[in-house]
Design a protein around this ligand. Structure first.
Ligand SMILES: C[S@@+](CC[C@H](N)C(=O)[O-])C[C@H]1O[C@@H](n2cnc3c(N)ncnc32)[C@H](O)[C@@H]1O
Length: 781
């Protein structure tokens, strides 16, 4: 048989089945669940202690004989839809069919902790479900909500007037909120650092109570319709506030918006709420939790069932923002739960890692990637992320280049570079390509002074690019935004459904440190998306990290730190002297002395030490001793020689016991040694900004010491941290992403666009705008 349009009979019947299935689903699915709950069938089976035969069940239910067949059909239907499992039992030597509870029907056992029976009853409450018949009316009427077109008032007004439905509704939500306890087990980290939270439309406070118990130091405020909370009293850290969320929201560090989106019925509602949050919250995070996402498992379970979202309808986040969010999450999980990292990937992903000989091997598939990553034992390493730079890439993907250091148990710091291609997917990205390499360098373990001109022919001078003028932008405080209001930083990291595995032991938190600097390439022209699309697709929950600027409705500039290692700047190029041999070799003395900006380098004169450059490559400590003891006594073990044969330079240090000896040696410069004219200068240490430790392992010079840069830096102190990718942020401990990074050192220098490896040259960067005197004087002690 072929129909008018040519389709085959089988196709037509399939269509009919599909249609009926959905029609029945509306009535039978929900109503059979209601029936099962009303008859307490899950409780009967639960109390029976084992799968129950149909005969036993009907006898307990005392079913009228005329209904036995009908009841059997319903039970079968429920088995078919996954609420019972049919198993075999032996009774009186006879094998019989019996019904066992499934994970879904377990949730309907009334005396269990996690019981969703009230939710079933609430969802099928005729007062609440009846409105759905009015979808057509809703389409053509101006009233925004189904309730509006159906009953002439909004849902809340309807509930206020219908106590039975109100009770059913509140119990529904309370039951749903108990699930929160379990969700929290995997998501505790989301709340770390949050001191106060307001649960907007928090119902009777079930969620808030769970939070209060889990975080006794966190203050929870439940904002609700006055009628819902009138008879409820708070505790020491739980307060009920009756009010209207559209008028005022109590200030708190974070806003919790649980189940609001799912119940909103209107995108407008969500948009309005988010806008309100932007003006009422002290800042901070908006945490949305939608249970609907839990009932629609995605093929790749979400990292979290919680979503931190922006307060305003967001645009597509810039590549840098996506990159930042990704880097934060990736390395955090890499070091705390490496066995979960594979969930950033898909089967089509490819990762490349060097083996012990540096030979790259590539691995694909999630399984292969998991095995590879787990085998690399990242838990043993401490990571410092120095830079993370992102670009918008092919088909809305994002490429991210990360540089940093990994320190193993042996205390060896190894620099690495890692590049990722984040390919877009529904509601996020996954890592399609990932290449990791250790970056070998021949960096002297103790850096030569900044004012030498070195043996290398030239030095690559990389100034801070123009964008370092972010310094002059308003200094954000702790509540400041790293993203535009309206931008979301989408976390595409998917973690397993067994969320409890996501817990991060507190003692491990310190494993990951980071100095994050990004180049500020905010491609804010990124494609716009309707933020509310998220609401439309709540089934795949995902986490996004967002900060909202305090009390302002004006979008703020994306606060993206600058990167000292940027290429592409004209100025950078013009300052690059060729040939470039190493970025770590001494610079031309004249450059640093004459360059007023060079004081930006954090120099420290070390004892009575000299730095000798232009030494023959094969010079020995003995040779230097012979040459320099003429000027006075040398400290035991006070001579060091450093050479880089590959790059063809050699330099040394000699520490005298007296200042006079040191000055005499400097006076004598240049000194012929091994056929070369060795140049002698004062030895200075370059402090590695941000580390808190000089390159000699000493504490770094505090800001302002010797008048160095104190003024010029102090004014920026409070935002300096904002450019860092502090460990607090990195570990999500402060609940922030990068807004107020705390580097290792003092806040004034932290995150100033410098990282360890660059500190030697930073004196020449354009960031050095110090008016303070250059520290050239040597003080005797
Ligand atoms: C969808 S329920 C979510 C309840 C709770 N967050 C939960 O997940 O169980 C929305 C809640 O917002 C409350 N609500 C509705 N309109 C409100 C308003 N204008 N101001 C404060 N609360 C409101 C309702 O009473 C209801 O408890």
């Amino acid at each position: 048989m072929v129909s008018n349009d040519g389709s085959k009979a089988s196709e037509i019947f399939r269509g009919q089945v599909h249609l009926y299935k959905h029609l029945f689903a509306h009535t039978i699915d929900a109503m059979s669940l209601k029936w099962m709950v009303e008859l307490s069938i899950p409780d009967i089976i639960h109390n029976h202690g084992q799968p129950i035969t149909f005969q036993k069940l009907v006898s307990i239910l005392q079913v009228s004989p005329t209904k036995v067949r009908g009841v059997q059909s319903l039970i079968h239907y429920l088995a078919h839809t996954g609420f019972f499992e049919i198993v075999s039992v032996h009774e009186n030597m006879e094998e019989k069919e019996a019904y066992a509870l499934t994970a879904a029907s377990q949730l309907l056992v009334k005396d269990s902790d996690l019981c969703l029976a009230p939710t079933v009853e609430g969802f099928v409450d005729p007062g609440l479900t009846g409105v759905w018949s009015n979808l057509k009316k809703w389409t053509y009427e101006d009233d925004l909500t189904l309730f509006g077109v159906s009953v002439g008032s909004n849902l809340w007004e309807f509930l206020d007037k219908n106590p039975a439905s109100d009770e059913a509704f509140n119990e529904t939500l309370a039951a749903d909120s108990k699930m929160m306890n379990m969700a929290l087990k995997g998501c505790n980290w989301v709340f770390e650092g949050v001191e106060s939270i307001v649960d907007v439309g928090g119902g009777t406070g079930i969620t808030a109570k769970i939070l209060c118990e889990a975080f006794p130091n966190m203050k929870c405020i439940v904002l609700e319709r006055p009628g819902v909370i009138e008879n409820l009293s708070g505790t020491n850290n739980l307060t009920y506030v009756g009010g209207d969320m559209f008028k005022s929201i109590p200030k708190a560090d974070a806003v919790l918006l649980k189940s609001q989106v799912a119940f909103a019925h209107s995108l407008y509602f969500v948009a309005k709420l988010f806008l309100l949050f932007a003006s009422f919250c002290t800042s901070h995070h908006i945490l949305t939790v939608s249970s609907s996402s839990q009932s629609h498992p995605s093929p790749r379970p979400p990292h979290s069932q919680m979503a931190l979202q922006t307060a305003t309808p967001p645009t597509t986040p810039s590549a840098q923002v996506v990159g930042n969010a990704f880097v934060e999450q990736y390395y955090h999980i890499l070091h705390h739960s490496p066995d979960l990292v594979y969930r950033f990937y898909q089967d089509s992903s490819v990762i490349s890692r060097p083996d012990s000989n540096g030979v790259m091997t590539s691995v694909t598939t999630m399984k292969g990637i998991n095995e590879k990553i787990v085998s690399l034992n990242f838990k043993e390493f401490k990571a410092e992320i120095k830079t993370a730079d992102a670009q918008k890439s092919y088909q809305e993907g994002v490429t991210v280049l990360v540089t940093g250091c990994l320190t193993g148990k042996d205390n060896m710091r190894r620099k690495f570079a890692q590049s990722f291609f984040l390919a877009p997917q529904d509601n996020g990205y996954f890592v399609l390509n990932d290449v990791f390499r250790y970056v070998e360098d021949d960096e002297p373990s103790e850096l030569p002074p900044v004012n030498g001109d070195g043996d290398a022919a030239a030095v690559k001078i990389i100034p801070e690019p123009e964008s370092s003028h972010v310094a002059d932008s308003p200094a954000p405080d702790s509540t400041n935004s790293i993203v535009n209001k309206g931008q979301i930083v989408v976390e595409k990291a998917y973690a397993p459904s067994n969320h409890h595995e996501r817990q991060i032991p507190a003692e491990n938190e310190d494993n990951v440190e980071s100095h994050f600097q990004s180049n500020g390439n905010d491609d804010s022209q990124a494609t716009e998306v309707d933020s509310l699309a998220q609401e439309d697709a709540p089934k795949q929950s995902y986490a996004s990290i967002v900060k909202v600027q305090k009390g302002s409705s004006v979008p703020t500039k994306v606060y993206v730190p600058t990167n000292t290692l940027k290429s592409g700047s004209n100025k950078t190029e013009s300052l690059v002297a060729e040939p470039v041999e190493s970025s770590e070799v001494p610079e031309a003395a004249s450059d640093s002395v004459n360059d007023p900006e060079s004081s930006d380098a954090h120099e420290e004169v070390e004892g009575h030490s000299i730095y000798i450059r232009n030494l023959p490559l094969n010079v020995t400590v003995g040779q230097l001793e012979v040459e320099f003891k003429k000027f006075g006594s040398i400290k035991p073990d006070g001579i060091q020689v450093r050479n880089n044969k590959q790059q063809g330079y050699c330099f040394g240090f000699v520490e005298f016991l007296s200042l006079n000896s040191m000055n005499s040696a400097i006076q004598a410069s240049p000194i012929p040694i091994g056929g070369r004219q060795a140049v002698v200068e004062i030895k200075r240490t370059t402090t590695r900004v941000g580390s808190g430790i000089s390159n000699t392992g000493r504490p770094r010079i505090p800001p302002g010491r010797g008048g160095l840069r104190n003024d010029s830096f102090r004014g920026r102190g409070n935002y300096g941290g904002g450019r860092g990718y502090g460990r607090n942020d990195y570990g999500n401990r402060g609940g922030e992403f990068s807004g107020r990074g705390r580097s290792h050192g003092d806040g004034e220098f932290s995150g100033r666009g410098r990282s360890h490896g660059e500190s030697y040259h930073q004196g020449r960067g354009r960031g050095g705008r110090s008016s303070g005197p250059k520290q050239n004087a040597v003080v005797s002690n």
